[in-house]
Design a protein around this ligand. Structure first.
Ligand code: PMV
Length: 349
């Protein structure tokens, strides 16, 4: 039996991907920061098995040391779909065990970390098997591209998790080699973004009211969809410059506009969804007031739920820490102190 373990982080989109078509292809390009503390660790132990007449997947699955039939079913469907491209999977029984660094039902979308960790294990398994059978190895950059490509098929945003610091997914003229089928690393970050903080404020641990799948599909009939895709691509052009030159005022403006646009799109879909809670709005007001009064360039962003991500430079850790303690802590259930990370790590020998 051989064992492979990967740790892969979650990511937070600055320009949001919302709206897709075909096989998980994005309607607009998106860019994200790769996180660190919020990650998934997945282990695959694989042992040879007798092939069945029709190639199929054989696996067992533990989530946080327990069987989890709903997740297991999703993983099974995903693995079956990958069989034509990863045919060796049919030759092994896979014991898959996966754990999140954050508590289950913390109100954090975990699919980006989970899907990328799983796919990295599969790509690494392929690499090991090729090594033993003498097949020529893919280059390092091909390995990451392939991991990003297949992570995307599991969950669109997962394709951005495989790179350190920041990644772009979706073809865009401002980003050379960008592509709709995989993400590329964004390597021109200004030094002000080194160890940039993302404090995740959990306002509610409830399950998402609307799944990503349904949310994306509602964009097909959203009356503002085409204007949104133009806006997103324009934001991405501007954000690329901002990330290179470190203009934090413009950074805060674009990032907050993106967050509120995502929620506006859900409010204007049919059926419509209001995903922010009263505490979400109260925190937004306080963050804006604090920024105005202190001139500290802190801003918020949101995922498809009520929880907030507070983004700010490392040098303001103390001031922001006091502010959160004094003014925001009573409005949320818990907080995860995260920051820009170095991307996935292989934890097996
Ligand atoms: O990757 P999905 O299909 O769960 O969609 C993610 C969508 C957002 O998180 C709301 C935005 C993004 O770009 O990550």
């Amino acid at each position: 039996m051989a064992v492979i373990t990967w740790e892969s982080p979650s990511n937070i989109a600055l320009v949001k991907y919302w709206g897709k078509y075909g096989q998980q292809l994005p309607r607009n390009a998106s860019i994200s920061f790769t996180l660190s503390a919020s990650h998934t660790i997945t282990t695959i132990a694989y042992s040879p098995r007798t092939l069945s007449v029709t190639p199929s997947i054989s696996f067992d699955f533990l989530f946080e040391h327990q069987p989890q039939p709903i997740f297991a079913e999703k993983v099974g469907i995903f693995l079956e779909a990958l069989l034509p491209d990863f045919p060796f999977l049919a030759e092994y029984h896979l014991h898959i065990a996966t754990n999140n660094s954050f508590p289950h039902s913390a109100g954090i979308a975990s699919s980006a970390a989970g899907m990328s960790a799983l796919v990295l294990c599969l790509c690494d398994m392929e690499r090991q098997l090729h090594h033993y059978s003498g097949v020529e190895q893919a280059s390092e950059s091909e390995f990451w591209k392939r991991a990003s490509y297949y992570s995307r098929l599991g969950s669109g945003s997962a394709c951005r998790s495989v790179y350190p610091h920041a990644a772009v997914w979706g073809k865009h003229p401002a980003v050379p080699n960008s592509d709709d089928t995989y993400a590329v690393p964004f390597t021109s970050l200004h030094e002000v973004f080194a160890h940039y903080h993302d404090d995740i404020l959990i306002v509610s641990k409830e399950e998402k009211k609307v799944s990503s799948r349904v949310g994306h599909s509602l964009m097909e009939n959203n009356p503002y969809a085409s204007a949104r895709y133009i806006q997103a691509n324009d934001h991405l052009s501007r954000l690329v410059d901002v990330l290179k030159c470190g203009d934090l005022d413009e950074f805060c403006r674009i990032v907050e506009q993106e967050a509120l646009t995502l929620h506006a799109l859900m409010m204007t879909s049919s059926p419509s969804f209001i995903l922010m809670h009263p505490q979400t709005l109260a925190i937004i007001e306080k963050v804006r007031e604090f920024r105005h009064d202190t001139q500290i360039p802190i801003c918020f962003t949101l995922d498809a739920g009520p929880n907030l991500h507070l983004l700010y430079p490392d040098k303001y850790t103390d001031e922001v820490g006091y502010f959160i303690k004094a003014e925001l802590e009573q409005l949320c259930q818990s907080r995860i102190a995260d920051h820009l990370g170095e991307g996935p790590k292989c934890l097996s020998a």
